[in-house]
Design a protein around this ligand. Structure first.
Ligand code: FES
Length: 183
């Protein structure tokens, strides 16, 4: 018997491959992959497939990438190679709170850079990363349209204006505390 983690890419255990993939991916993506396989060069559809997976889950997990590799019958190394090469693919789930720091001109002039440095220091992450506890992700963004409040930081839907580095710990604490209360 073939264990799930040891599925070989051969047609004689196709049922098992399919079964494994069905648990990992939604039906419409499996159907799309089936369509791609009928084409002359299915690999050329890899980016499109991974985009669909990311749209569905918000990121590309190992299990999902594995299922894509199995169904499309391309090596996992190829799938993860594509996933890591393109910056628009996210390999870790987005944090519960998305912190977006405005990098527009008005905010920049008023010291957004120092705010960014403080956020990176407090959270221990860079742009595009998520804290280990899954709470915060950090990103830069274009003008948020409230330049009068510069420098501006947005956390999920909430806007913080005239942010200075020394205000950062208290702002972050509001969110960490919400979590502790919710537990
Ligand atoms: S430049 Fe930051 S809100 Fe406009």
């Amino acid at each position: 018997m073939c264990a799930h983690h040891n599925i070989q890419q051969t047609t004689d255990n196709w049922k098992e491959v399919e079964e494994f993939a069905k648990k990992a991916l939604p039906g419409q993506i499996i159907e799309f992959i089936e369509e791609c396989k009928k084409e002359a060069n299915p690999e050329s559809k890899l980016i499109k497939i991974l985009q669909l997976v990311q749209e569905h889950y918000g990121f590309l997990g190992k299990t999902q990438m594995d299922a894509v590799a199995q169904l499309l019958q391309v090596p996992m190394a190829k799938v993860s190679g594509v996933a890591t090469f393109y910056h628009f693919f996210r390999l870790v789930p987005r944090g519960k709170y998305l912190i977006r720091v405005c990098l527009g001109t008005a905010c920049y002039v008023k010291g957004a850079e120092r705010v960014v440095d403080k956020l990176k220091e407090e959270l221990g992450i860079q742009f595009g990363e998520t804290t280990k506890d899954g709470l915060f992700s950090l990103e830069g963004t274009r003008c948020l349209g409230c330049c009068g409040l510069a420098p501006v930081v947005e956390i999920n839907e909430e806007i913080f204006g005239q942010v200075t580095p020394d205000k950062i710990p208290a702002i972050l604490e509001q969110y960490s505390e919400k979590e502790t209360e919710a537990q």
